[in-house]
Design a protein around this ligand. Structure first.
Ligand code: PEP
Length: 249
């Protein structure tokens, strides 16, 4: 399975000029000859403009959210077909910072399937907000995976990615340990296998996100069940982001 590294720029990049500078620096510093797919997800207005200007081939573009409808009276929304027509190929759905603003698993499921219909590759984010001694967080993850994937057909197993993002580790100084991440990822795969069977479940790429940096990327690489990384803050520093790519590839 081809590895995937996705940089979520969140709202950290303040202008198109800043975005251009960052993209240029990433492109220049990117290691040559790696097979890993590299995606950057700038804020939507910047993503469209940067995509239009980018002449390279090594970086793909995503955005941080989409809406599930494609037509009608929905002021302010951006549909998956808009994104696709602007040359965007990936989209995060269900990021915990969107869920904190009201996105439910049902909304995430509708966004994911709408992205697939527009031929985008959705990256569906799931993860528990906190851990407990009794392991109840596993059932939180299971419920969220089942509901967020509920509208996707098993035949599309290879066309999307699940990002395991433990909310308690996002934006912190320390990531979840590779063992903790790998254990949750195995559980997510088992959950998908319960839904669709093992063969289909093995086709789903599952990546880890939350406080990824160049140092821990090398440790995550050792866990073969982790097929990619989703750094946030670290992806807005070209040196750190390209070192993550180097370390994980
Ligand atoms: C994220 O929110 O997707 C994320 C991984 O953020 P950070 O790397 O900054 O923890």
């Amino acid at each position: 399975m081809i590895k995937l590294i996705v940089g979520n720029w969140k709202l950290y990049i303040k202008s198109l000029e800043e975005g251009k500078k960052l993209l240029k620096a990433i492109d220049k510093k990117m290691p040559r000859g790696v097979k890993t797919t590299v995606v950057v997800c700038p804020p939507v207005a910047l993503a469209a403009a940067l995509r239009r200007e980018y002449k390279g081939k090594r970086i793909a573009f995503g955005t941080q959210d989409t809406f599930w409808e494609t037509d009608g009276a929905f002021t302010g929304q951006v549909s998956a077909t808009h994104l696709a027509s602007a040359g965007i190929s990936y989209v995060l759905v269900g990021h915990s910072e969107r869920r904190a603003l009201g996105d439910t698993d049902e909304m995430v499921a509708k966004k994911a399937v709408s992205a697939l219909s527009a031929k985008l590759h959705p990256i569906i984010c799931v993860g528990e907000t906190e851990r407990d001694q009794d392991g109840k967080f596993f059932s939180t993850i299971e419920k969220s995976v089942k509901a967020s994937l509920s509208r996707i057909e098993p035949k599309d197993a290879g066309k999307f990615t699940v990002a395991y993002e433990p909310v308690w580790a996002i934006g912190k100084t320390e990531a979840a340990s590779p063992r903790v991440a790998a254990e949750a990822i195995l559980y997510i795969r088992k959950t998908i296998a319960d839904m669709w069977g093992r063969e289909k479940a093995m086709k789903v790429r599952i990546i880890y996100g939350a406080s990824v940096d160049a140092e821990n990327a090398a440790l995550f690489k050792e866990e073969k069940s982790i097929h990619g990384l989703l750094p946030g803050r670290a992806s807005t520093d070209a040196e750190e982001f390209t070192n993550i790519i180097r370390a994980f590839s």
